[in-house]
Design a protein. Structure first.
Length: 139
């Protein structure tokens, strides 16, 4: 696929993430998808990734993303996001905050056959909490 086609797919994925619809999200990913999101443990496989997304959406029912910048080269797309949401449930070992939180992130997504096969993301949780990021443990 061309870089432009991958950018179009990425814009569609951003809309799917905004919808919190796991079926829509799943359509953009390879079944053997691998997700490396610092500071969390790697998430291997599409089903595990969808559970990971569900955990985010449960913790932050109003989670929304703003694309700050996006560019692509070949099979790679880089996207810088600003995400906000109110933590209403536990999240990787942290409790509810009941206040809006902000996350800054940068993700590099590797496309194969028009689908995301690998994602490497870097998240800054300290903007929100003033503390080190939550540990990568699952609840």
């Amino acid at each position: 696929m061309s870089a432009e086609a991958n950018l179009v797919a990425m814009r569609g994925l951003q809309d799917a993430w905004a919808s919190h619809d796991l079926d829509r999200i799943a359509a953009f990913f390879h079944p053997d998808f691998v997700n490396h999101q610092t500071p969390f443990e790697p998430v291997i496989g599409l089903e595990a990734y969808l559970r990971h997304c569900a955990h985010w959406f449960e913790a932050y029912p109003d989670l929304r993303f703003e694309c700050v910048s996006m560019f692509g080269q070949g099979d790679l797309v880089c996207v810088e996001n600003r995400a906000t949401g109110t933590r209403e449930a536990g999240f990787f070992g942290t409790g509810s905050s009941s206040r809006e939180e902000l996350f800054e992130s940068c993700d590099v997504l590797e496309f194969r056959d028009g689908k995301v096969a690998c994602q490497r993301g870097y998240w800054d949780f300290s903007v929100t909490t003033g503390e080190v990021a939550p540990r990568g443990r699952r609840e």
